[in-house]
Write a protein that binds this ligand. Structure first.
Ligand code: GLA
Length: 726
């Protein structure tokens, strides 16, 4: 009886499945304008769509499009880049991940999705995590990996995300550079094969390449039209973003920690977490992609992204290592007079047995140098506060000079090439082993002690001036040496997280020989980054242009410096230097006494104007109006309030132009029907370079007809403010 019932049931199931196809499990990750859709086919999780928002997914099973396995693991015949390679406990290298379950919930603008995958044969598990930010149209993805095999496994590759795209052609924009020339923009058409954006330097990892990209589909990237995907890996260590064109129309992005010399022993029940990959899609060009990333970063990634940043004067280019208390106090006096809000004491304030009078000695000995500053830091803070300034300080706690008490006392804390090999120096310094919890505690305590001894310190400039290069840890077991790259970065993150918790009101700047730590990993724990040691405004035009594709103005340290510039010796007008710093988190990097009275008055005016308008720049939406990479020798950007009632427009000339030539700048992001009053900020000359200053002009005209700006020589610039009057 029972048997015949089962038989009937089986026949019924078979019958129904031939008539009604059992539809696949569909997982729809969505924001307001974007959909990322996965389907489960034969137990495999495959990407069906990433791009414009889909209001319905009916018919998904009948699509003939080639589906791509979303997190391809090694051993299943895939010829694509592999996201995961595992050496299992019995020596098996095959991992065949199948769908297990998933869950989704939406709360407060964020849709959270977890998809559980497991190996077909072994107790090995991968969880894919997604956070989809509705209003910002940004998706954040990362993985956790764990297992219950009897013995440890070794992870050999562990991407954070693998995404597939289909288009006729692909244009990749990436940001390369070197010390003092970071974030240079390069765009290239991808051809068959693999293009890698990567670093293997471990620390100061964004100096040569940034872990971010713009991928334009079907045409070169444009700011205001075309489909683009933009993304960034939130990781301050080795990264690798690979773009593989498999056949003409399929491109796979695989992004994550660089697996280079990094295989990772994972014990049963231990959890390996990959860094977050952040990505956004725009069907209206890369400018919207930048707006998405900036809005997301201010709200969800930066420390205190909703708080106005103070104007700092940093002592480096004004004093270098050569100062005493009197010199610093006189710099503070000048700073206060101009309207600066925070004085930051850079390198050179510490070390006694080995005084820090150059980069050759003292790094690691974080006691105040008694000769230079006999009354200590608190005496400086008293002076700063008497002038209405807050006080900040420079540290480089991950590093050590061989000529230091720290190196003498703790040689075992130094990352080193073993067997008595010569250690490779960079800037005369070595690196502390942050994979070691004791070293993590030391690094934490360096900053903790400075902040406990001087509770009024309001800002910490955290520097890092070398790569890993020497490779070897006296702390890690011999079968875990290859963990160093990853554990170093995780150690750094954990120290920074502890400091954030203990000092929620202190502003942290990520600096690494300038822009060597410009990534959303470091920016999770910091407020801003130092964009470059190159403060020449012409060089900054390109550096800031590149960084503003991915990182917002509020986080971009941009300082007014002396002329000729200390890096390039280029002479530029003060106004041009001020107008360039105006495009970021403005500050100063000079000794005020080098300025004439007239210049002091001008800077005073600029700082007052910046204060009155900084919310527009620091919280506004960026619009790139004119690229310095175009051959015409002009550049322009603007920041527009979310309400579109105010905007600051900055235009620059960086070449010579014909006598009758003027720059035509068309604005963006305004309201067509609104009328805006045009005023000029930071003007030095009597006559304005823009005839319409003082006039009221419609948004439609400003955007479609534009304004002519009379800039003929290199280093001329114009800053305009638009205010809606009706
Ligand atoms: C690095 C930083 C500079 C300055 C010096 C101090 O180069 O990028 O801004 O702090 O170190 O040594």
């Amino acid at each position: 009886m029972l048997q015949s019932k089962i038989r009937i049931l089986i026949i019924a199931i078979l019958f129904s499945s031939t008539i009604y196809k059992i539809s696949a499990q569909v997982i729809h990750i969505k924001t307001e304008k974007t959909s990322l859709v996965y389907g489960v086919y034969n137990q495999k999780l495959k990407q069906v769509h990433f791009g414009k928002f889909l209001s319905a997914t009916t018919g998904i099973d009948d699509l003939s499009t080639k589906f791509d396995e979303i997190y391809p693991s090694f051993g299943n015949g895939s010829s694509n880049e592999i996201a995961l390679i595992v050496n299992h406990d019995d020596g098996t290298m095959t991992t065949d991940l199948i769908y297990d379950s998933h869950n989704q919930k939406s709360e407060n603008n964020i849709q959270t999705t977890t998809i559980k995958l497991k190996d077909k044969k072994k107790p090995f598990f991968v969880e894919l995590h997604f956070k989809a930010y509705h209003n910002e149209n940004v998706i954040e993805q990362w993985e956790t990996i764990h297992h219950k095999e009897k013995k440890p496994v070794r992870l050999e590759q562990f991407a954070s995300a693998a995404l597939g795209f289909k288009a006729e052609s692909y244009y990749l924009t990436h940001f390369y550079g070197s010390w003092a020339q970071e974030m240079q923009l390069a765009e290239e058409k991808l051809t068959n094969g693999i293009k890698l954006i990567e670093t293997k330097r471990g620390v100061r990892s964004t100096e040569y390449e940034n872990p971010s990209f713009v991928l334009a589909l079907n045409q070169k990237a444009s700011d205001f039209n075309g489909e683009v995907i933009m993304g960034a890996l939130a990781w301050s260590g080795n990264f690798r973003l690979s773009f593989q064109i498999e056949d003409k129309e399929y491109c796979q992005l695989t992004a994550g920690i660089n697996p280079f010399a990094s295989d990772y022993k994972l014990l049963p029940k231990e959890k390996f977490t990959t860094p977050r990959m952040i990505y956004t899609y725009s069907s209206a060009g890369k400018n919207q992609g930048s707006i998405n990333l900036h809005r997301w970063a201010r709200k969800y990634n930066l420390q205190d992204g909703d708080e106005v940043r103070p104007i700092v004067l940093n002592s480096w280019e004004g004093a270098y290592f050569k100062f005493n208390a009197a010199k610093l106090k006189s710099m503070m006096d000048g700073a206060a007079e101009m309207g600066v809000e925070m004085f930051v004491l850079d390198d050179g304030w510490f070390g006694n047995k080995y005084p820090r009078n150059s980069d050759k000695a003292g790094l690691g000995d974080w006691q105040v140098n008694k000769k230079k500053l006999p009354k200590g830091i608190s005496d400086l803070i008293d002076h700063a506060e008497s002038k209405g300034l807050k006080f900040g300080i420079w540290v480089e706690p991950e590093m050590v000079n061989p000529k230091s008490e720290l190196a003498e006392n703790h040689p075992e804390w130094i990352i080193q090439r073993k067997n008595n090999r010569t250690q490779l120096l960079e800037r005369s310094q070595l690196l502390l082993d942050l994979s070691n919890p004791k070293v993590q505690d030391f690094v934490f305590e360096v900053v903790d002690d400075v902040l406990t001894d001087n509770p009024r310190i309001a800002y910490v400039k955290w520097d890092a001036n070398r790569h890993i290069q020497n490779f070897g840890s006296t702390y890690l077991d011999k079968d875990k040496q290859s963990h160093l790259w990853i554990d170093y970065t995780k150690g750094l993150e954990s120290v920074l997280a502890r400091l954030n918790i203990k000092y929620p009101d202190v502003i942290f700047q990520a600096c690494a020989s300038g822009g060597g730590r410009v990534d959303y990993g470091a920016l999770k724990y910091t407020h801003e980054y130092w964009a470059s040691d190159d403060t020449d405004p012409l060089e900054r035009l390109f550096i800031q242009w590149g960084s503003n594709h991915i990182y917002p103005a509020i986080a971009t340290g941009a300082h007014i410096t002396k002329s000729p510039n200390h890096q390039t010796s280029r002479t530029t007008p003060l106004k041009f230097r001020c107008d360039m710093a105006f495009a970021g988190r403005l500050g100063l990097e000079l000794s005020p006494d080098i300025l004439s009275d007239k210049d002091v008055d001008y800077v005073k005016q600029v700082l007052k104007t910046y204060k009155a308008n900084r919310e527009i720049i620091q919280f506004g939406d960026l619009y790139r109006l004119y690229s310095p990479y175009d051959s015409d020798g002009y550049a322009a950007i603007s920041y527009v309030t979310p309400e579109k009632d105010k905007a600051i427009v900055m235009a620059y000339s960086h070449e010579f132009h014909r006598r009758d030539e003027r720059a035509l700048i068309r604005f963006q992001g305004l309201l067509d029907d609104a009328v805006y009053k045009v005023t000029e900020l930071n003007r030095k000359a009597k006559r304005s370079k823009v005839k319409e200053v003082g006039k009221e002009i419609s948004g439609a005209l400003l955007m479609n007809r534009g304004l002519l700006m009379d800039m003929k020589k290199p280093y001329e610039s114009v800053v305009l403010k638009l205010e809606q009057v009706r």
